[in-house]
Design a protein around this ligand. Structure first.
Ligand code: SUG
Length: 435
């Protein structure tokens, strides 16, 4: 009998520097909200609200921390020198675009932090992480060093975990956002599906394909996977704004919940899943019913598909999906249909993150573990209601209420972002310099 396993979602807490700088080419929400005024405090409270909802559903919940922003260490690598304020002042006056990159709170989208292969799938029986290099987008390429530090701290117990650093930047890797695991249960050996993008033959793509095939293959090799499938994302999905596959498909245990146009060769993907995952259920949204544009606007597929204690599944959907009648009607049909375990639709408000292209599923990294491995995780990264109370109190006190584009040049905001993060780390029991 395989050991029972539970999936823990590690949500990225929205950092105090959350703003709308329009940094992600191919991410339509980010581009269309460029220049808007953000609400970091509300954004972070929305995120904690989602974490609380997961706890209320009886699911274990983890947390990853905001990175240090604005990232003066990175700006120093780019030749700015002196005290922190001098570095930031110079960057703002000479290269404001670089300062905007150094300011991004994009580490909140932890689905992009790493690819995670749970123990039953790997050759050495440990849970393997590969930190994503996120090298296609400048602002995200800054994240991997801090992500590695956090994951090595949270999952330091080498009896259960192996944390690999990012791949070389030439191989674009976007982590678990381009990855799905299908299995007959979390404890069974999974089929790990890696979804890569490719430039269309003849070129001419408006948007980059951020996940490279060779990166996916390298991660599968490193993790020692016995069952991996590399599949190509459809060009039309990327062109419509699905910059990550998790914007058009999500899997949980034996269920694949997907848009009809998510994959380049949909039949081949479905055949592989049916062949290799006994009892697989594929729930597909027909394009005639839900167009790609609507799916991407509402982030219907960027929901979290989770298994509840009684074995039924719930979709944790963004408010935007609830507000589109065509989407909601179809979801009600899915819920009522025979033969699939999706029985609950839970709606969460993560609007501030959504406006930068990050839905409920972008905000979390899934880690399936045995009870023993669960006990091996640094408890400061695991949440209960009391920890949520503490975090909320810090957010209320320390997070800026709003950030307008020109605020990025204000020393007051630089100091505030730094002290807010420091207050959070202290409240959670991290020593200065530990992260
Ligand atoms: O990488 N947005 C993120 C959203 C990531 C969503 N993640 C998943 N689909 N898993 C991105 O495009 C916007 C930042 C800005 O424009 O300031 C941004 O980085």
């Amino acid at each position: 009998m395989a050991e029972p396993m539970r999936e823990i979602n590690f949500d990225g807490l929205v950092g105090p520097s959350h703003n709308y700088a329009g940094l992600s080419l191919g991410n339509i929400a980010s581009a269309s909200n460029a220049g808007a005024v953000s609400a970091p405090r509300m954004a972070a409270l929305q995120g904690v609200g989602k974490m609380r909802r997961m706890l209320a559903l009886g699911l274990p919940q983890g947390l990853l921390l905001p990175h240090a922003r604005p990232d003066t260490a990175w700006l120093r690598e780019l030749g700015f020198a002196g005290e922190d304020d001098a570095v930031l002042r110079e960057a703002w006056s000479r290269e404001p675009a670089l300062l905007r990159n150094a300011f991004s709170a994009s580490a909140m989208w932890t689905a992009n932090a790493a690819t995670v292969s749970p123990a039953p799938d790997t050759a050495d029986g440990r849970c393997h992480f590969s930190v994503a290099n996120l090298s296609t987008m400048l602002h995200r390429s800054i994240e991997h060093a801090q992500t590695l530090r956090q994951l090595r701290l949270a999952f330091a117990d080498e009896r259960f975990f192996a944390v690999h650093p990012a791949l070389p930047a030439g191989l674009g890797d976007e982590g678990a956002a381009n990855f799905m695991r299908l299995s007959t249960g979390h404890a069974g050996r999974g089929l790990e599906v890696f979804v890569y993008g490719e430039r269309p033959a003849g070129g001419g793509a408006a948007f980059p394909a951020r996940q490279h095939r060779a990166a996916s293959a390298a991660v599968a090799r490193r993790h020692g996977l016995s069952a991996a499938e590399l599949v190509r994302q459809s060009e039309i999905a990327i062109a419509a704004g699905a910059f990550h596959n998790d914007v058009v498909a999500v899997a949980n245990e034996n269920v694949l919940f997907t848009h009809e146009q998510a994959f380049a060769d949909r039949e081949a993907v479905y055949d592989a899943v049916r062949e290799r995952v006994p009892g697989a259920v594929i729930v597909e949204a027909p394009a005639a019913r839900i167009g790609l544009d609507l799916a991407i606007r509402t982030y219907l597929f960027n929901s979290q598909l989770v298994t509840l204690a009684e074995g039924e599944m719930a979709l944790i959907l963004p408010q935007e999906a609830r507000e589109a009648p065509a989407v909601w009607d179809w979801l009600e049909e899915v819920r009522a249909a025979e033969g699939n375990p999706i029985r609950r639709l839970e709606v969460v408000d993560v609007r501030e993150s959504m406006r930068n292209g990050g839905g409920p599923a972008c905000l979390r990294l899934r880690v399936a573990v045995s009870e023993e491995a669960h006990a091996g995780i640094d408890p400061r990264f695991l949440l209960d209601e009391r920890a949520c109370d503490r975090i909320e109190a810090v957010i209320e006190r320390e997070w800026p209420e709003s950030i307008a584009p020109d605020d990025l040049g204000e020393p007051g905001l630089w100091h505030r972002c730094r002290s807010a993060r420091a207050a959070l780390l202290t409240a959670l029991g991290f020593a200065a310099g530990e992260l």
